[in-house]
Write a protein that binds this ligand. Structure first.
Ligand code: MG
Length: 276
């Protein structure tokens, strides 16, 4: 059976927010089936985490990369040099149109201002709490700096603990799903938890299912998706939705496999017999 892999990047191929290791690059080099990658982050953030170290650690093949949660498509050809070409880019602002885009941005800004979603005073809140990443909107209650120093890391860690103990993001998520329900129905808006501190607001289909669907269109009979966030609300969960809503007349050619770490992903490669 003609099989291909679709692989999440952060915490699936790499340690959380860390560069891909040489060991993983070697495993990817040894794959006996083609693979596409899909990342929640945008291209710039992935340069040092994935694209450059892949080449530096000796990967010399070709693959397609879907970044910004799947909505921006690149073709990467590392056979001679590191060549990365943009194939297509989805623009959420154009897709929604001016009125709905403004409506969305107003709801997001208003939510952060609400008394019940105010963060405790000891949090440092920096700029860029709502960022238009072209293909989707990222909402980060503590804000985000271009370059994160030790202070920002501590603030992040504090937020992660706070979020776990108070269900802060879960509550915001429920509120957003309610207040944005017209856009969710009419424009197929889709809200997921992005990483450990934020939310991604995108459009159904312009997500992690995109590389999977592209591989099926190319004629692969089976696509195995591996990701660390296939749970409800996670940024790989769209793949589960694709499987669950697959028309019952035909068997679903997609399999989703949850991983706990990049090391576990290598074990999954072995189990699925895709390592040459
Ligand atoms: Mg991930």
């Amino acid at each position: 059976m003609k099989t291909a892999l679709a692989l999440d990047i952060d915490s699936t191929l790499t340690p959380p927010r860390q560069p891909i290791t040489k060991v993983m690059v070697e495993a990817l080099t040894r794959l006996n089936v083609p693979f596409y990658v899909a990342a929640g982050s945008h291209f710039q953030l992935l340069q040092n985490q994935f694209f450059k170290p892949m080449y530096e650690h000796g990967f010399r093949g070709r693959f397609d990369a879907f970044v910004s949660n799947g909505a921006v498509h690149y073709h990467c050809d590392y056979s001679k040099e590191m060549s990365i070409k943009l194939v297509s880019e989805f623009n959420i602002g154009n897709y929604l149109g001016e009125n709905d885009y403004r409506r969305l941005m107003n709801v997001l800004a208003g939510t952060l201002q609400m008394e019940e979603f105010r963060l405790p005073d000891d949090f440092t809140i920096v700029d860029n709490r709502i960022v238009d990443r072209v293909s989707m909107i990222n909402l980060c209650p503590i804000g985000r700096l271009e370059k994160e120093g030790p202070d920002a890391m501590l603030n992040r860690e504090k937020f992660v603990k706070f979020d776990l103990s108070s269900d802060y993001r879960k509550k915001i998520m429920e509120y957003l799903n309610l207040s944005l329900s017209p856009l969710i129905k009419e424009k197929h808006l889709h809200i997921t938890l992005g990483g450990q501190t934020s939310f991604d607001i995108g459009i159904w289909g312009e997500d992690k299912t995109k590389p999977v669907r592209k591989l099926l269109e190319k004629g692969f009979e089976k696509v195995i998706f591996i990701g660390d966030a296939l749970f409800k609300g996670g940024n790989d969960a769209a793949v589960i939705e694709l499987i669950d809503t697959w028309p019952s007349e035909s068997p679903c050619p997609v399999e989703a496999v949850q991983t706990g770490s990049w090391l576990e992903t290598i074990e999954i490669f072995k189990k699925k017999e895709v390592l040459g």
